[in-house]
Design a protein around this ligand. Structure first.
Ligand SMILES: [Zn+2]
Length: 331
């Protein structure tokens, strides 16, 4: 993590563009939605606040599936009697009251508290603007303001621009060659293992080939190829033909470069494969499944209904031309 001012990359935080070329793709419909979640709260005597805050830091905060870093943990309830209301955790960490009681008993056995309840709701995510943070604080529960959380996210991303450019050139030139060869679906994807960036797997859409099926989109075929390469590697290690450089689990933390915005099947397959990032060249307004304005706006990589997410960027420069695909084709 570097300070924003020291980041060597040029980042336009307002437009969410890195190096004038990589446009961050997010689900724009959920950016300013509080999506409140219920939380467990207790009332305590002010003198016990340190004890409870320690417990939260140690126990509930690291385990809570809802990151509540943007939420103040304590608010005054009765100033005269020095009673504080403390937010323990979200209901997604503990569904039942008995679970919270047992946490407290186990971790802070001598704490005296009252009113353990889950009637309070807090925004699930940090507000994107200070104004909204104030509004949500008034409506739900006091929040802290550390700046737009997406600025930090953008600042923390790591980009090897030379490698990105190399791979985009590779897939775009290959897609033009595929068109020349008569492939009716000149869609190309590169899968890059972060531990082996020199050997990307390049996969081409195969649904035009007589011995392949309609589901052999370049991404589906690429995922299959990653698994095949891993099976072969394990076999070679077993036979002593190759040194064991560590196994590959699905496509965990892979970067994926693709010529056209993936369809719902492929973007979901990337979720299941646990990729880290997808960079695409051409948006597919009717059939794509990543941009807010593409397809039905599902934004597969940044959808609250799914547990897993990945980063997505669109290359917005015109350096890498790719064949135009019919707008009704799923890529
Ligand atoms: Zn597809």
């Amino acid at each position: 993590m570097v300070k924003k001012s020291l980041n060597p990359l040029k980042i336009d935080y307002r437009k969410c563009i890195v190096e004038d070329r990589l446009l961050q793709i997010r689900n724009e419909r959920i950016i300013d939605v509080a999506d409140p979640v219920k939380v467990w709260t207790i009332d305590i005597d002010a003198k016990d606040s340190k004890k409870v805050v320690d417990f939260i830091r140690r126990f509930t905060q690291p385990n809570d599936p809802v990151p509540l870093m943007h939420v103040k943990r304590i608010k005054k309830k009765n100033a005269e009697k020095k009673i504080l209301c403390v937010l323990i955790c979200s209901v997604e960490l503990a569904r039942e009251k008995s679970e919270v009681v047992s946490f407290l008993q186990q971790e802070v056995p001598d704490l005296k508290y009252s009113n353990l309840e889950n009637t309070q709701r807090v925004p699930r995510q940090a507000a994107p603007t200070k104004e909204l943070a104030v509004e949500w604080s008034n409506e739900y529960w006091p929040l802290t303001w550390y700046g737009n959380p997406n600025d930090q996210i953008l600042n923390d991303y790591v980009f090897d621009m030379d490698l990105i450019k190399f791979l985009l050139e590779l897939i775009s030139s290959r897609s033009r060659k595929e068109l020349q060869k008569g492939n009716g679906f000149p869609i190309v994807t590169a899968f890059v293992n972060p531990r082996d960036t020199k050997n990307p797997i390049i996969s081409v859409d195969k649904r035009d080939h007589h011995d392949h099926t309609l589901l052999d989109h370049s991404i589906m075929f690429g995922i299959k190829s990653v698994a095949e390469r891993e099976a072969k590697r394990r076999y070679q290690v077993e036979k002593g033909e190759k040194e064991d450089a560590g196994s590959v689990y699905l496509c965990l933390n892979f970067d994926v470069y693709t010529t056209h915005e993936p369809c719902s099947m492929c973007s979901m397959a990337l979720i299941h494969s646990r990729v880290k990032r997808c960079i695409f060249l051409q948006p597919m307004i009717k059939t794509g499944c990543l941009k807010t304005e593409s397809g039905n706006g599902y934004c597969m990589h940044n959808n609250r209904k799914l547990n897993s997410k990945y980063e997505v960027f669109q290359w917005i420069g015109n350096e890498y031309s790719t064949p135009t695909i019919d707008e009704n084709v799923c890529c």
